[in-house]
Design a protein around this ligand. Structure first.
Ligand SMILES: [Zn+2]
Length: 342
C-alpha cells in the first residue's frame, strides 16, 4: 500500500499515560518494516482555509490560540501540546492526499492509507472531542468535492466508536454517505439506527450499533447485506474507510471481538464494494489503542492488498447482531436499497 506518513504527526504529545500517543505510529511502522510493497509518501499540511470548509472559524481560531499558548487539557481526555496545531493540519493533509491519490488512480498494491494522528472522526464542526481536532475524513471528502474531482463520496467508519463528528458534518449533505458500525453504549453515545440523515440527505447516514462482544462474522454480514447494497446504490466516486482498529478483540478500550484476520476479511469486503461500485478507495487511520493489535491489524490490511487471502472465521452471526441488521434494513430510508433511493 501507499502509506501517507509524516514525522510531524509525532509532535502532537498527549502525556505518558494517554492511549492516543505517538507510539501508535511508531508501532505501525515497526509492524510494516519487513513487509513487501510498503511505500511511504509525505505531504503538505492543509491550510486553515481547507479546515474551514468543515469547521467553524471561531473554533479553529480558538484551537490555534490554545496551541500557541502551549496547550493543556481541551477537555477531560482531549489533550493539546504546542505541536498539536501542525500535527492536526498534517493529519488532515495526509487524509486529503489519500483521497486525491485514490481518485488519481492509485489502487491495488498502490491503494492509499493515510497514517495521520491526531485522529478525526469525533471532531464536530465547532469543537474538538474524543482525541480528535480536525475531522480528517471530512476534510478529505469535502476537498475532492470542492475541487470537482468527486461528485459523491462514501465514508465507512469501522472504528469501534461512532464517528459523531463525520456524521454531524455531513448529516444534511446528500453528496456524502456516512456509515458506521460501532459498539452500542460506548463513547460518544450517538449513532442510533434511526439516525439516517436529514432533509434531502435522508438515507445518506447509516448506523449499525452492535452489542459488545460482536465478532467478525457480524461485521462481514453487515458489509454483505446492508453496507454493500447501500454504497452501490449511492454510487460514489470515492469510498473512504475511517479505519480504526479498536474493535479488535484485544484492544484495551472496547469489548468487541474482531480478530486480526477479521480485519483482513473486512478489507477484502470493502475492496469488493469499491470494485462493484466502480469507485476509488482509500483508508484513513482513526483509533486503535493496543500497540501490537494496531500494528498487526494494519499489516493485515496491507497484506490483503499485497495478494494475501484472509481466512473467513468459522463463526455464526449472533442473534443480537441479526436483529440489528434487520432493524437497519427495515428503516424506510433504506427501502430496497436501490439506485432510486439516491
Ligand atoms: Zn475509536
Amino acid at each position: 500500500m501507499k502509506f501517507g506518513y509524516s514525522d510531524t504527526c509525532l509532535d502532537h504529545e498527549t502525556g505518558d499515560r494517554h492511549p492516543e500517543s505517538p507510539d501508535r505510529l511508531r508501532a505501525i511502522k515497526r509492524g510494516l518494516a519487513d513487509r513487501h510493497g510498503v511505500e511511504y509518501v509525505e505531504t503538505e499540511p492543509v491550510d486553515r482555509e481547507r479546515v474551514l470548509s468543515v469547521h467553524e472559524e471561531e473554533y479553529v481560531d480558538s484551537l490555534k490560540t490554545f496551541c500557541d499558548a502551549g496547550g493543556g487539557n481541551w477537555d477531560a481526555d482531549t489533550v493539546v501540546s504546542d505541536g498539536t496545531w501542525e500535527a492536526a493540519l498534517t493529519s488532515a493533509g495526509l487524509a486529503k492526499q489519500a483521497a486525491v491519490n485514490a481518485l488519481d488512480g492509485d489502487d491495488g498494491r498502490q491503494t492509499p492509507f493515510s497514517l495521520g494522528r491526531p485522529p478525526g472522526h469525533h471532531a464536530v464542526e465547532d469543537d474538538a472531542m474524543g482525541f480528535c481536532f480536525f475531522n480528517n475524513a471530512a476534510v478529505a471528502a469535502q476537498a475532492v468535492i470542492d475541487s470537482g474531482d468527486a461528485q459523491r463520496v462514501a465514508i465507512f467508519d469501522w472504528d469501534v466508536h461512532h464517528g459523531n463528528g463525520t456524521q454531524d458534518i455531513f448529516y444534511d449533505q446528500e453528496n456524502v454517505f456516512y456509515a458506521s458500525i460501532h459498539e452500542e453504549g460506548l463513547y460518544p453515545g450517538s449513532g442510533e439506527i434511526a439516525e439516517t440523515g436529514s432533509g434531502d440527505a435522508e438515507g445518506t447516514t447509516m448506523n449499525i450499533p452492535f452489542e459488545p462482544g460482536t465478532t467478525t462474522a457480524a461485521y462481514l454480514a453487515a458489509i454483505d447485506e446492508v453496507l454493500g447494497p447501500a454504497i452501490e446504490a449511492f454510487d460514489p466516486d470515492l469510498f473512504l474507510i475511517s479505519a480504526g482498529f479498536d474493535a479488535h478483540e484485544h484492544d484495551p478500550i472496547s469489548r468487541m471481538r474482531v480478530s486480526t484476520e477479521g480485519y483482513g476479511c473486512l478489507t477484502k469486503g470493502v475492496r469488493e464494494i469499491a470494485d462493484d461500485a466502480d469507485s476509488a478507495l482509500g483508508f484513513i487511520l482513526e483509533g486503535g489503542y493496543g500497540l501490537d493489535t494496531l500494528s498487526e491489524s494494519i499489516r493485515e490490511v496491507h497484506e490483503v492488498f499485497d495478494g494475501y487471502e484472509p481466512m473467513v472465521p468459522d463463526e455464526e452471526v449472533s442473534d443480537s447482531a441479526r436483529d440489528i441488521l434487520d432493524a437497519v434494513k427495515s428503516q424506510e430510508e433504506f427501502d430496497g436499497l436501490s439506485a432510486d433511493s439516491y
